[in-house]
Write a protein of this length. Structure first.
Ligand SMILES: [Zn+2]
Length: 334
């Protein structure tokens, strides 16, 4: 079972030398980071969405482990702003920051100022959706463009306090480059936003096969703890359950694709037949996942849901209204 009991805001020790900092309910911008402290050195996996939230994480780990009052190394799992903006925290200014080439390129092309301008210029439903997502939860002041100091392709191996840390770059699925951090000695994995419990998968690129491959890779490590980018801590059994769910979505979409059903109608039909997955949050977002699956089946590997970001946000806004109206049974418990 996903560890809902320990899913509370703050720092949680997950192994001898690893900690997860979690931020329920895990909505947009409220991600889980992780720390590994060994031999007087500290590694941070991802950062918070703004400096204030990142400082809270650094305060918490500094209090638990004095050696971590200075974090020497940061690894970024992917370029989404909630995972990377925090490298602006003054206390991380001297840290080595590792990111994949694709993640670093995204950060260079969409630095904080440009991102703030872009979201500031949104109109209509796209604006309504971003305002809904952001609420008053974040403070984006003080953000500058800080490029990662160490850029890798395919993955990299780090040494923190004499311990091996492996970073593996996955093929596109959640983003174009999703990186997994594995600390074999601790039996701990930070899987970025690849998987999460209690909610539907959010596939933004047309590659369910890549996601399944990465889940299999994570399972092959037989870790004790899998820290997801959002949501409660997972173990190997939870990961296997998520794998079964992903295959369910893949085969349900495939059947309808083969029958020539258009993507919107196929999504609605799947929403009517979710079986054991009726209780998951975020059913409205399945529209994007099924669309990406249809692209994958068609061999269209260039289309992705972020290609038109304002359009993506406006569609989210519309789905957030229309799907609960059509399928109230999927939202009754929330
Ligand atoms: Zn993400």
């Amino acid at each position: 079972m996903p560890d809902w009991k320990r899913y509370s805001t703050g720092l949680h020790r997950v192994s001898d030398k690893c900690y997860a900092y979690m931020q329920p309910p895990g909505n947009w911008g409220l991600n889980n980071t992780a720390f590994f402290v060994s031999g007087g050195e500290a590694l941070m996996m991802d950062t918070g969405c703004d400096i204030r939230l990142t400082d809270r994480m650094l305060d918490a780990i500094g209090e638990a482990e004095p050696a971590a009052s200075r974090v020497g190394t940061v690894v970024l799992t992917h370029w989404h702003v909630d995972h990377v903006h925090g490298i602006n925290a003054p206390r991380l200014r001297g840290s080595r920051v590792h990111a994949s080439r694709i993640c670093a390129n995204w950060m260079a092309n969409l630095p904080p100022r440009r991102w703030l301008e872009a979201i500031g210029s949104l109109e209509g439903d796209a604006r309504r959706q971003i305002e809904y997502l952001l609420g008053n939860k974040f403070d984006f002041t003080g953000l500058d463009y800080i490029p990662p100091t160490d850029v890798f392709e395919g993955g990299t191996e780090l040494e923190v306090g004499g311990c091996k840390v492996s970073v593996i770059e996955g093929k596109p699925c959640h983003t174009r480059s999703d990186n997994i951090v594995h600390i074999p000695e601790e039996g701990v994995v930070h899987g970025g936003d690849l998987v999460s419990a209690g909610r539907h998968v959010g596939l933004q690129y047309p590659f369910m096969e890549n996601l399944l491959e990465l889940v299999d890779l994570m399972l092959s490590w037989d870790a004790q703890v899998y820290i997801p980018g959002h949501g409660p801590l997972l173990d190997a059994r939870d990961l296997r359950d998520i794998r079964t769910y992903l295959q369910f979505m893949q085969s349900e979409a495939r059947r309808r694709y083969d029958a020539g059903i258009p993507v919107a109608a196929a999504t609605e039909d799947i929403l009517r037949n979710l079986g054991p997955y009726k209780g998951l949050r975020g059913a409205e977002n399945l529209f994007f996942t099924i669309k990406m699956l249809f692209c994958e089946f068609a061999g269209d590997t260039t289309d992705h849901v972020r290609r038109d970001y304002p359009g993506y946000l406006a569609k989210q806004w519309e789905l957030r209204k229309s799907v609960p109206r059509k399928f109230p049974e999927l939202f009754a418990q929330f």
